[in-house]
Design a binder for this molecule. Structure first.
Ligand code: PLP
Length: 390
């Protein structure tokens, strides 16, 4: 296999039926068969090939193959959104009575699945401290089946030690599911540290330009077989057009992430010096309490910066309202810089206590740093800070 950047760009060139240079779009719901025997072989799994786009499609296959190459995964399945991938990973593998160990700092909708949906089928969970993997062992029960974690987390940018989590999963034969959305496989490969399944909201950096929703789950072959069975029959398939957009997005993932990281790192350093800012969270700042871990498991610090504005909720809201260039939106991973106030938006469904437990203070601001020129991003944030604090 070639290097990361090359696989992202060249992989589909290994199958070009029309000598096409860029991948065509296969807008077809189904595929035809040469004869009854071929049809039978495909249906009962004796032969490989596309049957129906709820099962697979050339554009979706290209996207999945690229993500598998990037993550170092054996197999994968793509879904209509990131949450469909989280749900598929849990619903395909968990049974009534099972127990899940979950890092407290997981995505808002993952939290809703764990607390509101899975309990209906008698599947319970225990939330654990993301920064203390050694302490997780005490919560493992005979019926524990899975560990779910996200690193760096949304929005507080807390890390989980992937090597420790991988070792714990091996020791107790648990399935380790990692949400790798914030880092992308360019910055971090959880499978190298022992993860069994890696999930992405492809909506974010994989698209990278805020156009489509998508998700993907990759990992160990025998687990993905179960996910594939579940998804083929429950129907969260990724649309061919979205897969085509996402495959194109992956071609530029490496260069985009490099620039995202350069901009985000510069902004984090600048914010840390600013008198209106109480605290900055960015994994590659030496002031981050998990700086050494970040250096160990991530290539660079990522595109997300979180900071605490002095003055709390009212000043935070004034800051958001004063932005002129940066977008007020809840998405992330776009070329455009996006600023979010988690306490009043993405995490408003959590109780105040739950928010504080994962570091979401009233004045916390999350920035998904885009690819505009850093001088312009900084200028906008500077004037908004001045207006909010003035
Ligand atoms: C956005 C996001 C998800 C959910 O993905 P969707 O594509 O919106 O369904 C899950 N985890 C993280 C960390 C995310 O940022």
């Amino acid at each position: 296999m070639a290097r990361f950047e090359t696989e992202a760009i060249r992989q589909q060139m290994r199958r070009t039926p029309y000598r096409e240079h860029a991948s065509p779009l296969f807008l077809t719901s189904s595929f035809v068969f040469d004869n009854a025997d071929q049809m039978a072989a495909l249906f009962n799994g004796e032969a490989e090939g596309d049957i129906y786009s709820r099962y697979s499609n050339p554009n979706v296959n290209e996207f999945v193959d690229k993500v598998c190459a990037m993550e170092g995964a054996e197999d994968g399945f793509a879904t209509a959104s990131g949450m469909a991938a989280v749900w598929a990973g849990m619903a395909a593998l968990l049974h009534a009575g099972d127990h899940v160990i979950a890092s407290r700092a997981v995505f808002g909708s993952t939290h809703q699945i764990l607390t509101q949906v899975l309990p209906r089928w008698g599947i319970t969970h225990t939330y654990v401290d993301p920064t203390d993997v050694e302490g997780w062992e005490a919560h493992i029960r005979p019926e524990t089946r899975m560990i779910v974690l996200e690193t760096p987390s949304n929005p507080g940018l807390t890390l989980v030690d992937l090597e420790q989590a991988g070792a714990l999963a091996r020791k107790y034969q648990l399935v380790l599911l990692v949400d790798n959305c914030f880092a992308t496989p360019y910055l971090q490969r959880p499978i190298d540290f022992g993860a069994d399944l890696v999930m992405h909201s492809a909506t974010k950096f994989m698209d990278g330009q805020g156009r489509v929703l998508g998700g993907v789950l990759v990992g160990r072959k025998e687990l993905i077989e179960e996910v594939r069975f579940f998804c083929r029959h429950t129907g969260p398939a990724l649309a061919p057009f979205n897969a085509w957009v996402l495959s194109k997005g992956l071609e530029t993932l490496a260069v985009r992430m490099e620039q995202h990281c350069t901009n985000a790192h510069a902004l984090a350093e600048w914010l840390e010096q600013h008198p209106s800012v109480a605290r900055v969270a960015y994994p590659f700042l030496p002031s981050h309490s998990q700086y050494a871990l970040a250096k160990k498991q991530m290539k660079r610090g990522g595109a997300l910066v979180a900071f605490e504005i002095k003055g709390g909720l009212s000043v935070g809201k004034r800051f958001i309202d004063a932005l002129q260039l940066c977008s007020r939106s809840s998405n992330l991973g776009d070329v455009r810089t996006i600023v979010t106030h988690p306490a009043s938006t993405t995490h408003s469904k959590l109780s105040e206590k739950e928010r504080l437990a994962v570091g979401i203070t009233p004045g916390l601001i999350r920035i998904s740093v885009g690819l505009e020129h850093i001088d312009d991003i900084q200028k906008d944030i500077e004037q908004a800070l001045a207006q909010a604090s003035g």
